[in-house]
Design a protein around this ligand. Structure first.
Ligand SMILES: [Fe+2]
Ligand SMILES: [Fe+2]
Length: 453
């Protein structure tokens, strides 16, 4: 069945395809990478068109599609490390790093310029010295963490092993100077080769325009990039229609229509699995939030059952709970993991995560009705919460459940500014907030659920 026709049928029959859901979630990955919105979707388009031009078969084209769309699945896992090592905003650092020309002199210039730019001289010198001494190990560790994590999450999203391998090898270079395994030439999976080419093309297209993208791909051909793929890109770039599509506001729909046809539409169980997989992407952003999204989702389900929430509302609640902090992908790790008190500007950035959650979930058709539920998890009954300052009855019971579970899990986990609290102490702290931040019925249900084990 032609792809356009398939996508239209999916829409008409009300079924959801993985391609649609993945395309929408990829905007969260752009936030983590500090890239302009739509980066992953555009990379998917570029890589797919180059694959076609190279004469890839349908199976290879499908692998290329999802490798490029989901290439940054593991990227949240090195954010905290980047912020810590380079004393920098991880998102800005990652965005600027992608425009640095290959080679040691430009890498060193970048490190000197970006490391600890707003830190004291002593901290800055210490950080630069550490990077110079251990730069190679640091780069290998960070890339390994990122690509291993990305490949694992791709597998939990039921992607073929070829996609997992493509994501794993995203940073390999044609001439063998890449990571993590230093693969050379055709030994690098096609998906990885084309996703890297697309990444270079999109970053330079966004920052410098069409010619900059063409020049940079040509410059890196044979060193970073597969020369044949670079030639295919150069010939595509002569076609005005290619650029028109790439710059079109309808690029999401164009890419969704190009998604490989899958037998199984996204049913409820499958959507639950997707939300939990993206919960892992969120939790990887900070060492302090490992497992947080999954636990909040589980607690929320337990509380809802305890409180007699109707069965048909529990599934959406669990998804909203798993994704409540997805907006944290748009917050710098230097702020998220800061051990001391936040400045006013940092606090504004931190609070912005709730609004980001609303925007990200709002784009995902099938999850959009959960956007408000999830994004209100820092609202307080007394009206002093954020982002909207809702109060009392304006806050839905599902949100109150998420807030309660989020609060409890935050208290009972280590935080940058304090150690984890034992259960009893956490309940005492929460008891003092009942009626102000914590709903009394939710708190009673939490206590009962914990007591019953
Ligand atoms: Fe939050
Ligand atoms: Fe949270």
């Amino acid at each position: 069945m032609p792809r356009m026709q398939h996508a239209a049928l999916c829409a008409a029959s009300g079924t959801i395809s993985f391609g649609d859901v993945a395309g929408a979630f990829s905007y969260a990955l752009d936030l983590t990478e500090g890239q302009p919105a739509g980066h992953a979707v555009r990379c998917c388009y570029i890589a797919g068109r180059v694959a076609e031009r190279l004469g890839a078969d349908p199976a290879q084209t499908a692998h290329v599609h999802y490798t490029a769309l989901l290439k940054d699945l593991g990227c949240s896992s090195n954010a905290a490390r980047i912020a810590e090592l380079y004393l920098a905003d991880d998102r800005t650092f990652k965005r600027r790093w992608k425009t640095v020309p290959p080679g040691l002199p430009s890498t060193l210039r970048f490190v000197f310029r970006e490391t600890g730019a707003s830190a004291s001289w002593t901290r800055r010198i210490g950080a630069v010295a550490n990077i110079l001494r251990h730069g190679d190990e640091i780069a290998q560790d960070m890339i390994l963490a990122r690509c291993t994590r990305g490949a694992e999450i791709a597998r939990s999203l039921r992607r073929d092993e070829a996609v997992a391998q493509g994501i794993y090898h995203l940073d390999e270079h044609w001439n063998g100077t890449g990571r993590p395994d230093g693969l050379t030439g055709q030994a690098i999976p096609l998906g990885a080769r084309l996703a890297l080419l697309a990444q270079v093309a999109d970053v330079f297209h966004q920052t410098g325009g069409r010619v900059a993208a063409q020049d940079e791909v040509a410059r890196r051909a044979g060193t970073w990039l597969d020369p044949e793929a670079a030639r295919a890109f150069a010939s595509l770039a002569e076609d005005e229609a290619f650029w028109r599509d790439l710059e079109s506001p309808l690029i999401d729909a164009l890419v969704a229509a190009r998604a490989p046809v899958e037998d199984a539409p996204v049913d409820d169980d499958w959507l639950d699995a997707i939300t939990l997989a993206f919960g892992q992407v969120i939790d990887a952003k900070s060492p302090y939030t490992a497992g947080h999204s999954g636990r909040v989702a589980r607690y929320a389900e337990d509380l809802a059952r305890q409180m007699g929430v109707p069965a048909d509302r529990i599934r959406p609640l669990r998804r909203a709970a798993a994704l409540h902090d997805i907006g944290k992908l748009g917050v710098s790790s230097a702020v998220l993991d800061k051990p001391g008190t936040l400045t006013e500007a940092e606090w504004v950035e931190m609070r912005e995560h709730a609004a980001h959650t609303n925007r990200i979930l709002g784009r995902i058709g099938v999850l959009s009705d959960m956007a408000d539920l999830a994004a209100a998890h820092h609202e307080r009954l007394d009206g002093t919460g954020y982002p909207l300052g809702l109060r009392g009855e304006q806050i839905r019971v599902e949100t109150r459940i998420i807030t309660t579970c989020d609060f409890y899990d935050a208290l009972t986990a280590d935080r940058p500014y304090r150690a984890a609290m034992p259960r009893q102490r956490a309940l005492e702290v929460m008891a003092a907030e009942v009626g102000r931040a914590v709903d009394p019925a939710c708190f009673a249900a939490l206590t009962e659920v914990l007591e019953s084990g």
